[in-house]
Design a protein around this ligand. Sequence first.
Ligand code: NI
Ligand code: MN
Length: 225
Amino acid sequence: MKITFYGHASLSIEVGGKHIIVDPYISANPNAAHIDIDTLKADYILLTHAHGDHILDVEAIAKRTNAVIVSNAEIAGYYGAKGFQSHPMNHGGSWNFDFGKLKYVNAVHSSSFPDGSYGGNPGGFVIEGEHKNIYIAGDTALTMDMKLIPMRTKLDLAILPIGDNFTMDVEDAIIASDFLDCDKILGYHFDTFGYIEIDHEESIRKFFNKGKDLMLLEIGSSIDL
Ligand code: NI
Ligand code: MN
């Protein structure tokens, strides 16, 4: 499994020979100006919720790649009505895709489209694939529901928002990693806007002091699991 960070909460995941894009917000992110969305491969696009900083480039990527948009029923329906391929899910449900097993899990946040359309309730994803399991939290507060995830899935990596203001901060993300029983964390949802700027070294040190590994990737760089 290869995970590439495209800035903010945007990721690419290569798993089971498939390419998955998560929450693409790239073309308007000045920090990601070197990433060309027309070069991104996508068999699937996973959307945690409908906020503009998670869906901006969905239609451009889906139109070019014919990717299947996977999200909650309301978001899948929104794109389905526009003629895109979609797969609706809801909280607690899993589906066996050709890249692995995907579960849509709880997040504490909100989820309306920029045009005011109803975006259902926000979520995160657990991907079980190629003997490696990851959790993508989406935008969320720290929540006790995170304790449910390791009851079913032994995680190899948790991708957590750490920018504060709209989501968890670093301190809450450390508690989240305890709840998730996963000490390997990829941080996201930081630095894009003034509200969510973080001190990278201090954040990494705080995790390190608890015996945990916080990774912060340069935009466009990858990790292999
Ligand atoms: Ni959001
Ligand atoms: Mn967001």
